[in-house]
Design a protein around this ligand. Structure first.
Ligand code: SF4
Length: 375
């Protein structure tokens, strides 16, 4: 019989590192099928299967998994091993994603699963992104899309965010949950490195309200050093398509890692990409690297480096450049580029005060591109 579970019980010990928001007690739900969910985006190649959900295009043998570990081949068919089995179920501020111009001050149901197709060397959520769904997922209770909506309603959450691991790898579940949230009038947010095929983007993006894109480095070499992505072109294209083809609200994050993407040349090149590809009104978050996983030997990014990035980003014409992972820094606030007044004042994650009317500065009327359900 299904029973109500705390999120701690659902996550299990390996996922605890990722969960820093408020634990949720989920409503009783279906236990789900014990059969793996058949996936999309694959074809048979002899006695193997090619997955083309992402540009890795893994060729997978029977009873094996692809690079992301979240998709495998069973009885000649590609299956999603994590469909409906979130490893992390918590509520946290939308600012934590970070999304600063998207429903500020609201909380989202945050769902993360096992596996990842980007495999960043400095990953802060490696306990879930590098977990093996083959052995770990089966003990997680099933959360149906309808139960996810019920959970959001119960805790008065404004939407859902797929976060903590790369949402691409369980895109079928993300799709079904987003469909349920949209039908319920709640928002959807995809926190991603954008490494997916255009076909897959066409499948998921119509259901997304917000697309938070990780710009990892200014060059292909930089992406390869920081992740398993050798050619970032499909990832970069996905952010542009999400905005232009599907009208998603897009914000960009660059985690600034000492020695890997922290020179003035790097910062200027990333700022220029945001400006030229997505427009100068696109919020760019420069976050502080904190040592973890294979990069535990490095020091945290000096705050001066981040402040240099803010200055360079603004010099390149970006109107909203923010610092992340630095508590209480004034560059976490939204300052109106029109009149210079603070329009949104932020604490560690949550909003402390907001002076916005219909997406514009309440003082001078400048358009700040802030999406809100109410004004
Ligand atoms: S989604 Fe996973 S299995 Fe599919 S191509 Fe990408 S890494 Fe390989």
């Amino acid at each position: 019989m299904a029973r109500a579970l705390t999120s701690e019980a659902r996550r299990g010990p390996r996922a605890a590192h990722a969960a820093r928001g408020s634990p949720l007690a989920a409503p009783p739900g279906s236990t789900g099928s014990t059969e793996p969910h058949e996936g999309l985006f694959w074809e048979s190649v002899g006695d193997r299967v090619r997955c083309f959900l992402c540009p890795h295009t893994c060729l997978i043998e029977e009873d094996d998994e692809g690079l992301c570990k979240a998709r495998g081949v069973r009885r000649g068919r590609l299956v999603s091993l994590t469909y409906g089995r979130p490893a992390t179920i918590i509520s946290d501020e939308i600012e934590k994603k970070p999304l600063f111009h998207f429903h500020p001050g609201t909380r989202a149901l945050s769902l993360g699963g096992y596996g990842c197709n980007v495999l960043c060397v400095g990953c802060q959520n490696w306990q879930i992104s590098h977990a093996n769904p083959r052995t770990e997922t089966t003990r997680l209770p099933y959360l149906s899309p309808e139960d996810a909506v019920a959970l959001a309603r119960r805790y008065k959450l404004a939407g859902v965010a797929f976060t903590y691991n790369e949402p691409v790898v369980w895109v079928e579940y993300v799709h079904d949950v987003c469909q349920a949230f949209k039908a319920a009038g709640l928002y959807t947010a995809f926190i991603t490195a954008g490494y997916l095929s255009e076909t897959a983007l066409d499948y998921i993006a119509p259901l997304l309200d917000a697309y938070k894109f990780d710009l990892k480095a200014p060059t292909a070499e930089g992406w390869a050093k920081l992740s398993k992505v050798k050619d970032p072109a499909p990832a970069l294209a996905s952010a542009v398509l999400a905005k232009e083809r599907y009208g998603c609200h897009v914000e960009v994050v660059s985690n600034i890692v000492p020695e890997l993407n922290d020179t003035d040349t790097d910062l200027i090149a990333m700022a220029r990409w945001v400006r030229d590809a997505l427009g100068p009104d696109t919020p760019w978050h420069i976050t502080r690297f904190l040592p973890d996983f294979e990069l535990s030997y490095l020091q945290p990014t000096p705050i001066k480096t981040l402040e240099r990035g803010i200055a360079l980003g603004r010099k390149e014409g970006l109107r909203f450049v923010y610092i992340g992972n630095v508590q209480g820094h004034p560059a976490r606030n939204t300052v109106c580029p029109g009149c210079g007044r603070t329009a949104i004042q932020r604490g560690e994650h949550a909003i402390e005060a907001i002076w916005i009317k219909k997406g514009r500065c309440a003082a001078c009327g400048e358009n700040l591109g802030v999406i809100r359900a109410v004004d």
